[in-house]
Design a protein around this ligand. Structure first.
Ligand code: 5GP
Ligand code: ZN
Length: 144
């Protein structure tokens, strides 16, 4: 388990040095309300240990984080009477991750809330040939 990183805001929340509104906690996972919510009920789910990104967490930690996301998503939706949610990680600085301690956003969504799907984050889509797609699939398979 990685030690607390002193200048990490989320490690300080885990340690109780910064207050937060906890909605769920176990030995491995903490979930709390986002301080600047994108919607009512916006919740963050984090590993208690400092792991920067998806892929950095050991398997048992990743399993615990996803199990909490799986349980909390319907609970968050029910609490704010939301018919849907966007569940996402900003994973790495280039993807907009500002706090370098892995965290999953559960953002309740409502009809006509003005939000858009994750697909709308992207501009021009790459025009990939069948061969390029085959190559990419193989590369990912080899790297996994
Ligand atoms: P990111 O951009 O890294 O994916 O998201 C970081 C999130 O953490 C933001 O939505 C931001 O509002 C939230 N956040 C930043 N600092 C704090 C804090 O001190 N307390 C809580 N509860 N949320 C925070
Ligand atoms: Zn941390």
């Amino acid at each position: 388990m990685n030690d607390k990183v002193d200048d990490c805001i989320f490690c300080q929340i885990v340690a109780g040095d910064i207050p937060s509104r906890t909605v769920y906690e176990d030995d491995t996972v903490l979930a709390f309300l986002d301080a600047n919510p994108l919607a009512r009920g916006h919740t963050l789910v984090i590993p208690k240990a400092h792991h920067e990104r998806v892929g950095d967490m050991p398997g048992d930690v990743a399993e615990a984080v996803f199990a909490a996301v799986n349980d909390l998503t319907p609970a968050v939706e029910a609490a704010v009477d939301a018919p849907a949610s966007t569940v996402a990680f900003n994973n790495g600085e280039a993807a907009g991750q500002e706090v370098p301690h892995a965290h999953c956003h559960i953002v309740p969504r409502f009809d006509d809330d003005g939000g858009r799907p994750i697909h709308s984050l992207f501009g021009d889509r790459p025009d990939l040939s069948e061969d390029e797609l085959d190559g990419i699939a193989a590369e990912i398979g080899d790297a996994a």
